[in-house]
Design a protein around this ligand. Sequence first.
Ligand code: G3P
Length: 216
Amino acid sequence: MKIFIDTANLDQIHEVSSWGIVDGVTTNPSLMAKEGVFDVVSHIWNISRMINGPISVEVMPLDVKGMVMEGRKFAEIHKNVNIKLPMSTEALKATKILSSEGIKVNVTLIFSVQQALLAAKAGAAFVSLFVGRLDDIGSNGSELIDQTTTVFSNYNFNTEIIAASIRHPGHVLDAALAGCDIATIPYNVLKLMISHPKTDDGINKFIDDYKKLNLL
Ligand code: G3P
C-alpha cells in the first residue's frame, strides 16, 4: 500500500520525506487555509521539490469550465500534480476532459461505492474515500473501503483508491487489510504508527542494561 501524507505543512512534508515511507501528498482548501497559504502555485511548487510522487491540489470553482481551467493551470506547476475535484456532475464532466488531456484527476469527497464507481468510469486516476467523516456520523468508513476495493477489483479498474480522512492507525490497518491502493495519512497519525509502548519500554530497558555494563 502506498502512503501519502495528508497535509499542506511544509515542515511536516520535509520531515517525513526523510523517513523513506512517503509516496505522495494530498492537500485540500482546509489544509491550505490552516497553513495560511495565499499563493497556492508557489506552495505546490515547494512541495514538488520535496516529494517525488503524486501531489493532489484541489480546485476552487465548482463549474466544469472553472474546474478545467484551474485544473490545467495547476497541472502546469509540475508533472506530479493531480487535480482534486469534489464529487458532482460537473466534476464528472471535468474529469472526462482533464483525463483525456493526460491530466490525472483525484475525485474527492466520496462517501459511497456508487460515487466511486461513477468517478472511475469518468476517468479518475484516484478516488478519495472519506473514512473518518463516515465514522463521525455513525456509518462505517472502513466498510466503504472494503466494498469499493472489491468492486474495482471485480472490473479491473485502473483507478486507485485512496483511504482519506484517516483519524487513527486502526483506519490505516483496515485500509491495508482491504487491499486499498493508498492511504493518505495526517502527520500525527504517522507518528502514532511509529510508536508502541512496549517498544519504548524495551529501549529504556536496553539503556538501563548498557549503563550496568558501563557502556553509556
Ligand atoms: O484527504 C481528505 C482529508 O484531508 C479529510 O480529512 O480529517 O478533514 O475529514 P478530515
